[in-house]
Design a binder for this molecule. Structure first.
Ligand SMILES: Nc1nc2c(ncn2[C@@H]2O[C@H](COP(=O)(O)OP(=O)(O)OP(=O)(O)O)[C@@H](O)[C@H]2O)c(=O)[nH]1
Length: 199
């Protein structure tokens, strides 16, 4: 695959009250589930974290934010800056049901676009999306201007938005699972139930 995968794990998990990436689902931590899924497709996987000791057990390439405390946009910037690839699949560390097939479809759609962003039920998902390395500078500019919202960056880029109607090989339920992210303890409980039912 001529693309890298970048996992963002630099958040505070304040709503969860404990590091979301390290929550176990069916014996594996969420971040191990993500790493193992992505390994099936990507040779190069980069973890963006500001606590490298916490994640050493994963034996992954790691990088840290150049703008600490600035949120996911800073993670996108750091990941793209560290990547050796033009095309990069970026994913949050709190999505337990990552689909590598869907990641692959988004990568293949990139072409001349700066980014490929899924829009599911009208909601943009920039943290399960593809970004070209060349937009790292634009991300830095947004951060330096104090605009930390992903939406602000996307509005300045040449973006391909992919809606569910273009993802018809996936059922509505599959898409809801793939784009599900855990913020609160009750969402972790839901994720465990679904994973158990699937296994
Ligand atoms: N590298 C990096 N990643 C971040 C940063 N903030 C959030 N993320 C990641 O972005 C994704 C979405 O994060 P959120 O759930 O919005 O924020 P969070 O800080 O993890 O959680 P809350 O404290 O509950 O808001 C997760 O994968 C986070 O690890 C950051 O400052 N740097």
């Amino acid at each position: 695959m001529k693309a890298a995968a970048i996992i963002l794990a630099g958040g505070k998990s304040s709503r969860m009250g404990t590091n979301k990436a390290l929550l176990k689902i069916n014996e594996k931590t969420t971040i191990e589930r993500t790493r193992d899924a992505l390994k099936l497709l990507f040779d190069d996987i980069i973890l963006v974290t500001n606590e490298t000791e916490t994640y050493e057990f994963l034996e992954m390439n790691m990088t840290s934010d150049h703008y600490p405390g600035m949120g996911p946009l800073a993670g996108v910037h750091a990941g793209l800056t560290a990547s050796d690839y033009d095309v990069n699949f970026i994913v949050a560390c709190d999505m337990p049901f990552v689909s590598v097939e869907l990641a692959e479809a988004l990568v293949h759609a990139c072409g001349h676009y700066d980014a490929v962003i899924p829009v599911i039920n009208g909601k943009q998902h920039p943290l399960f999306a593809v970004f070209h390395k060349k937009i790292a500078g634009e991300a830095a500019k947004s951060i330096e201007e104090g605009n930390l919202r992903m939406k602000h960056l996307l509005d300045r880029l040449n973006v391909l938005y992919v809606t569910e109607s273009e993802l018809q090989t996936y059922s509505q339920l599959d898409l809801e699972r793939v784009f599900f992210n855990m913020n609160h303890p009750n969402e972790y409980e839901d994720a465990k139930k679904w994973a158990e039912a699937d296994s």
